[in-house]
Write a protein that binds this ligand. Sequence first.
Ligand SMILES: [Zn+2]
Length: 356
Amino acid sequence: MRVLASGQRPRNMRALIYDGALRVGVLPRAQPAEGDVLVRVRACAISRADLDIVRGRRAAEGHPAVLGHQFVGEVVEVAPPAHERWVGRRVIAQAHRGCGRCGACRSRRPSLCESEEPRALGLGRLDGAFAEWVCIPERCLVEVPPGVDDDEAVFAHPVAACLAGMRWIDGAPPQRVLVVGDGNLGLLLTLVLHSEGHTVSVLGRHPSRRDLLWRHGISFVGINENGDGRARLDGAFAAESFATVFECTGRGAGFELAASATRPRGRIVMLSRYDTEETFDLRLMVEREVEIIGLQGGVLDDALDYLARRRIDLLPLVQATLPLQDGAVAFEKAGQRGSLKVILRNAAESAPGVAS
Ligand SMILES: [Zn+2]
């Protein structure tokens, strides 16, 4: 890696800017504040949160904004008191800054910080990583081990959530579990649970997922698009119910499917963000004494350890990898029904691309 001294770096950087629409433009280069590091972004994946902001389903905190938090990059500069030892290291980062002091922050879950208003990278006020450079507080950094490629490291955030979800399964594998929803998160969760020895059934809408899952010996039941999902569920799982069901649709109907497949005193783990107001029938929760667990992430270090063990092949989960300058096209692709993960990549060398 060629590290440019601070004075040699371009004053500007190319970025995918969101100001109600997406456009590639030029912004002043990110400048690390006290305790921050400057990272040259290698790749950044489009997340559900990014898509929801662009679709107007989730408010960005400020405009113009650079989105993107599922990135991997190299540290090229530190602002004291951050430590020089980070320079040259390949990193990902917690999206939330947190206070760094409370119990949630100390257990590496700054998104649950108890003492500070959440400020998240790439969700508006803190510029994200769909750019050539991004500034990150040192305490949010996580080093990527050499065995994990860039295209794998950008999956660390959702993998962390999947691993956190898996901890709610009682008993050693193999346990029988149901995943409701075969969007990107449901699909990833299914492969993670399967890789750890659990017996997974998937209830989904995308017939294209069927082959991928069947190749792994995972049973897939299609939800009838126009029909009654519950009837379909009764037909498929009439004789069985599950102690642990994962709700990955982010829809009230998905939750109700999950509820009807959960056995008495079972547990529903909710991994999906709800981007619209949904109506839930909660009667079964009381009648069957079912426990509901909400989850919105996990510990990135755990995800990188898991990825370094090469338990799953993530390649089939990537729809496309495009250069940053094709950012708007990439978002269109990622927003298409049934799309898998879309990754934006910067040129390999630290060539700025933008005249200083
Ligand atoms: Zn905190």
